[in-house]
Structure formats: C-alpha cells, structure tokens
Design a protein around this ligand. Sequence first.
Ligand code: ATP
Ligand code: MG
Length: 343
Amino acid sequence: MSEGVQTSPAFTPRVFSGIQPSGGLTLGNYLGALKRFVDSQDRGIQSIYCMVDLHATTVWQDPEKLSRATRELCAGFIASGIDPARSILFNQSQVPEHAQMAWVFNCVARMGWMKRMTQFKDKAGKNAENASLGLFAYPALMAADILCYHATHVPVGEDQKQHLELTRDIATKFNHDYGVEFFPLTEPVIEGAATRVMSLRDGSKKMSKSDPSDMSRINMTDDADTIASKIRKARTDPDALSSEAKGLEDRPEARNLVNIYAALADMTVAQVLADVGGKQFSEFKPMLADLAVEKLSPISGEMARLMEQPDEIDAILRRGSDQARAIATPILEQTYDIMGIVR
Ligand code: ATP
Ligand code: MG
C-alpha cells in the first residue's frame, strides 16, 4: 500500500479486488493485478479476491468455457501466491449480496455518470445500441463488489481508475442522501512499473484477455516457445533502446516492453534502461522472453497441476463464498435498514 493513502479511521483496512473469468489470464492481469494482490496478502491486510463471473456475463460466454475459465482463474490466483487459508477466494455468483447491492447502487448512480465510463465505450464500440444493459451497469455492480465488504483499498490496473472514482461517487451520494457515514471512500491502489500493459500488436491498446487476437497478449498458460515467438513478433520501432525513460516518451511499443521487463524483474524502468540502453530489439527481445518464461512457467505449471483437481477448486470457492457472505450479509442488512426497507 503506498504511503500517503488516506482512509477514514472509522474503517478497518480491507482489500478487495476481482478478475473476470472472461478468458484466460494475461500478463497484463498478472502484473497489473495478481502479482500485487500477493503483496497486500503478505502485508497481513485482510484480503478478499473474487472471480467476477457476473461481470463476465455482461457479454455472452460459452457455458463450458465460463466454468473452465472460473476454475482456471482460481488456479491462477493460487499459483500466483494467494493462499486460500489467508485470503478469501470466491466467485461472485455464490454471494448474492453483490447483485442485491448492485440494484441499490443502480438507483444511486446517475445516468450522466455512467455515460462517461470509457470502458463501456471501448467495449460496446460502434454498436452501443446493441450492447447489453448489464455492460452499461457494470460499474455499479463493481461498486457493489467493493462496498459490500466496506473495502478501503482496491489494487487494480490503470484501466479501472475511472470505475474506482465512480465507486467513491456512489458511496458519497448514498452517505449524503441518507445522512450517514456508512460506506468508506475506497482508495484505488495503482502501483508498479506495469499498471497498464499494452497489446503486443498495438501500443495504443491495452492488453486484454478478451482481445480477439491471441498474438496481442501473453497468456499465463502459454508455453515457452509461444511466449518467445509472441515477443519476437511484438511490434516495435527500428531504433535502439534509449538509456533514459525520456527517450521512450513517444515510443509506446518500446516503452511497453521495457515496462514489462521492469515489472517482471522487480526493477525500476531507470534501472532497466541503465542496463539495456543502446541495445537493439533483436538483443532485448530474447532477454525479455527468457525473463518472462522464467517468471511465468512455474505459475503455469502449478495452474495445470491444480486444474487436475477441479473438485478441490470448487470446494475452495464454496468455502470462500461462505466467508465472504459472513461479511457481506450484515453490510447489506444495514444498508436496507438505513433505506427503511422492511426485512
Ligand atoms: P476483459 O478483456 O474481459 O475486460 P481484462 O484482461 O481487461 O479482461 P479484467 O478481468 O477486466 O481483465 O481485469 C482484471 C484486473 O486486471 C483489473 O485489476 C485490471 O485493471 C487489470 N488489468 C487488465 N488488463 C490490464 C493491463 N493490460 N495492464 C495492467 N492491468 C490490467
Ligand atoms: Mg477488463
């Protein structure tokens, strides 16, 4: 947790974050989210991590693939270092309080706020009239995910910053409308060298698990040859690497590869450039591929091992859901009491 992060003292620090089972995990998910989830768990802060299947179904998902992606995501959390004995690990649909709280927030959030959300615009594309109502309402459900637990900190990638701001707006409006200080103003925690990993094919687009092009991303389950080949074919420019970050300002693809290297090696960009400045991509790309394989292959190996025991994964998700409900149920009940809903 960065210094200077301020929360109201009335709320105990609690971390919540989610990942959609909308495909396989990518290097972007790992560096922007998973790797940093482990940090908060290891700092002893109560941490709740969710496979947000209700978000995934805002676009159509093949039922078999959804089940597999949910289990594989759970395996990815564990293989990356999340310990179900120390953190709560569960899937969203098993805790109905998320959907119930989302309805409350659908009625707090304003149309004008929702229309400004860039993720909806990006995902709906040119055909917004044909997008699901759920995709439009997504950020209110995300606010519910977080505020159902009175979470004070949410580690996410840069792309989720706007949704976190909306979550604070929803909490502020609810508190104001009912004259209470019930929901915390949650802080986004966006840190590290790779808060926005970009597509390997287009330096202006973020890497996403739902991108139709598999060459745009590195999947956590890619084998060493695939990783090396995707990095070799990653779009770059013809110049050598600069020895200072300033020299990468107008070179998004080059900056992306250096950021990935820095995040994987736990180095700063300045440290990486001090080492590799002056090198051509023909030399740097194999270094990056080796590093990526070294860091990712133990995780993908462990994921494959865990996937052989789907019953064990389901049991972990059920246990985690019970633990999550024990926190979310009283918070939803108190919300209903504040609103005057008879129960
Ligand atoms: P989808 O394409 O279905 O939206 P996604 O790859 O964007 O999938 P999400 O499940 O939406 O993944 O996001 C999970 C977490 O990963 C969030 O914290 C998000 O900010 C982070 N994240 C996603 N993509 C990146 C990226 N390219 N770089 C850094 N963090 C990322
Ligand atoms: Mg996303």
